[in-house]
Ligand binder design. Structure first.
Ligand code: 13P
Length: 249
């Protein structure tokens, strides 16, 4: 059985005052709820880990550099993230693939860095709107999986987030059958590459305009093990109902 995972990506949102949302979220979660991780900006990692110690909310980062240390002004290594007490790192988010020209090979290097620091990678893939319209969704997913997932993936070191780029921050959500098709395809690819045991153990999250109102339907899909949530993860009042829907799915 894969443990369900609700992941919140705060993107470039949140200053110190936002830590109160973490405390409120932790207060609303019980022992039967899905595993929950919040990925705030780097500036809040230490304080967020401190504040969430002993609660059910884990903390993650949104990116890392591939090297452990060195002359890389402005960058943060996976080892530095581990030092804050965080346990997850998002890699290959489409906003970084777009705005920072990250390639599949860069994402693979970052994923290896996350593993080197003994953290879990949440690796994002997903087609653009143009890919979807050209009926190229599955080939694109296959290419991204092949190019950005390194050898050695397991159910404990890797989570895959399927985030169609056209669904991020737009309020547009794929149909349930489109989500099922993508997630079943990803599962089959992982099993064929990593074997039945590990391929079946890697958790698959759906991301893109997940809200309290649409979460329960999305979580009915067999190979949807949780969600990677942007906007609706910023407030405990929005994220908690999504976590509850996942916990009851
Ligand atoms: P939204 O939930 O705001 O659409 O963002 C999704 C996302 O990009 C999470 O990584």
């Amino acid at each position: 059985m894969r443990r369900k995972l609700a992941a919140g990506n705060w993107k470039m949102n949140g200053t110190a005052s936002a830590l109160s949302e973490l405390a409120e979220l932790a207060r609303q979660l019980g022992p039967d709820d899905a595993e929950t991780v919040i990925c705030p900006p780097f500036t809040l990692l230490f304080a967020a880990c401190e504040k969430m110690r002993g609660t059910a909310v884990a903390i993650g980062a949104q990116d890392c550099h591939a090297a452990p240390s060195g002359a890389y002004t402005g960058d943060i290594s996976a080892e530095m993230i581990a030092d804050t007490g965080a346990s997850y790192v998002i890699v290959g988010h489409s906003e970084r693939r777009d705005a920072h020209a990250e390639t599949d090979s860069d994402v693979a290097d970052k994923t290896r860095a996350v593993w080197r620091a003994e953290l879990t990678a949440i690796l994002c893939i997903g087609e653009s709107g143009a890919d979807r319209e050209a009926d190229r969704t599955l080939p694109i997913i296959q290419e991204q999986l092949t190019g950005s997932v390194p050898d050695g993936a397991t159910g404990t070191n890797l989570v895959i987030a399927y985030e169609p780029v056209w669904a991020i921050g737009t309020g547009k959500v794929p149909t349930l059958s489109q989500i099922v098709e993508a997630h079943d395809f990803i599962r089959a690819q992982l099993i064929s590459r990593f074997g039945k045991t590990e391929g079946d153990a890697i958790r698959l999250l759906y991301g893109g305009s997940v809200k309290p109102g649409n979460a329960a339907e999305i979580f009915t899909a067999e190979n949807v093990d949780g969600a990677l949530v942007g906007g609706a993860s910023l407030k405990a009042a929005d994220f908690a109902p999504i976590i509850k829907a996942l916990s009851q799915a």
